[in-house]
Design a protein around this ligand. Sequence first.
Ligand SMILES: [Ca+2]
Length: 129
Amino acid sequence: MRHRSLVFYLLCATFVSVLFAALAWAGPSNTQVFLYERETCTNDDPRESLTANMDSNFPDLTKYKYKNGPANWNDRISCIWVGSNASVKVNGDINYKGSSTVYGPGQHELPSTWNKTISSFKVRPNGYW
Ligand SMILES: [Ca+2]
C-alpha cells in the first residue's frame, strides 16, 4: 500500500506540473487580454500577470495587488497579449487620464515610452477605437 501511494503521488505531481506548464504557455482567449510584468509576455507564476475580459474597465491599477503582497500593478506592466477579437486602450494616469494608446490583437512588448507607465486601461472589441 505504501508503495502504491508513492506512485499515486508521483503521478499526481507530474499531472499538476504538466497542467501548470500548459497554463503558463496558453495565451488569452479571443476576448481576453493578458498583461505581464515581464517584457516578454511570459511568467512562471500566474500572479505575475493580470487577466482582463472583454468590456472590462481598470480605472486605477494602484488598487490591484501584485502577488497578493503590498505592491500593486500601477506602473508595472511591460508586455500585453491581446486576444484576436479584442483591443485594449491604456492610459499613463489613473481614471483614463494622461496620454493613451491602443493595442490590437497579438503580443506587444511595450516600448520605453510605455514600459511600466500604465495606470488604467479598458478592454473593448477589436476595431472599437
Ligand atoms: Ca502611470
